[in-house]
Design a protein around this ligand. Structure first.
Ligand code: AKB
Length: 315
């Protein structure tokens, strides 16, 4: 049985992915780790407090737990990265290089590392952005993800490291809150509606961005990681897609459930980031090569989000 180390297990994606990995492969076979000490998420597990920038600590954790797979989820996202570009670069790049090096020297089975639609930029084709196209990111986050994709390809080609990756769109889930992204508005809006508050959106009403419900994102990740290696032809990072919508459209979808809900728009620096990203993504390679197919559209996601927020409240 593989032993999995999840780095960044207390974040928005990490919280849900770790739980799914534990359910699938057994609690003892998944070691959650994070720089934050929110260990309460993982009371009964072998939680490791780990800074991915500390290569020796990473190596020790890998050896001590007999780790064979690493999921590296720790990163500074697009909006937050702009307030301290040097730190964003350091964490996003050195973190990945540390993991790739440990994978190489310790002969690990597999590595998962997320990329993002942020690898694309102002000159990229906006509609149905293809897998291979111009990528001229203008955020430090996007630049680090694009460079990271090249490093993944390099370690695969040169050392045979089995590294797999997805270019996530904005991820929307009800369990954890995102931190520091440009697509975060699409999570916060549900919380505001559910709490009976109005919502001030930091993007203009017609800003289309690719998005995905967390359940689809988790399933995509696990399906890619379980795919036969020969089927995984893209070793930089796969485009995956589920839905695209604007703030106005998500507001209208929520208003069907909360007719009193109100929105106002006050675009800030994140508008420029959003304007540089695609409206929609062509994910034919992921569909053809390892069978990717999303389950959630905006309507179905909205029902799930609001129902789950209500059940969380009851518990
Ligand atoms: C962000 O908004 O920075 C992230 C992303 C699209 O990678 N959610």
């Amino acid at each position: 049985m593989s032993k999995i180390l999840v780095i960044g297990a207390c974040g928005q994606l990490g919280t849900e992915l770790t739980q799914s990995l534990m359910n699938r492969y057994g609690h003892d076979n998944v070691i959650p780790s994070d720089i934050s000490d929110k260990k309460e998420f993982y009371k009964n597990n072998n939680f490791e407090t780990l800074n991915v920038l500390d290569k020796e600590a990473l190596l020790n954790a890998t050896k001590n737990h007999g780790i064979s797979q690493i999921y590296l989820l720790a990163a500074v996202l697009s909006a937050k990265g702009e307030s301290d570009p040097m730190f964003a670069w350091k964490l996003n790049m050195e973190g990945l290089l540390n993991v790739l090096e440990v994978a190489r020297t310790e002969n690990l089975e597999k590595i998962y590392w997320p990329s993002s639609i942020a690898v694309f930029g102002p000159s990229t084709q906006k509609e149905m952005t293809p897998q291979e196209t111009i990528a001229d990111p203008n955020t430090v986050y996007g630049i680090s993800k694009l460079a990271g994709e090249r490093w993944c390809q390099y370690y695969f080609d040169k050392y045979g490291v089995d590294v797999r990756s997805i270019r996530y769109p904005g991820l929307i889930g009800w369990k954890g809150q995102p931190g520091g992204g440009t697509t975060d508005y699409a999570v916060e809006i549900y919380h505001k509606a559910f709490n009976g508050e109005s919502f001030e959106c930091f993007l203009e009403e017609d800003t289309y961005l690719p998005m995905m419900y967390m359940d689809d994102a988790i399933r995509a990740t696990i399906e890619l990681m379980e795919a036969d290696p020969e089927k995984v032809k893209v070793r930089s990072s796969y485009n995956v897609s589920a839905m695209s919508f604007s703030p106005k459209e998500i507001f209208n979808a929520i208003k069907l459930h909360y007719p009193q809900f109100e929105i106002s728009y006050k675009p800030d620096f994140r508008q420029k980031i959003a304007n540089s990203w695609p409206y929609s993504i062509d994910d034919s390679e992921a569909r053809d090569e390892w069978g990717w197919n999303p389950n959630f559209d905006l309507g179905k996601m909205t029902e799930e989000m609001l129902t789950n927020l209500a059940s969380k409240e009851v518990v």
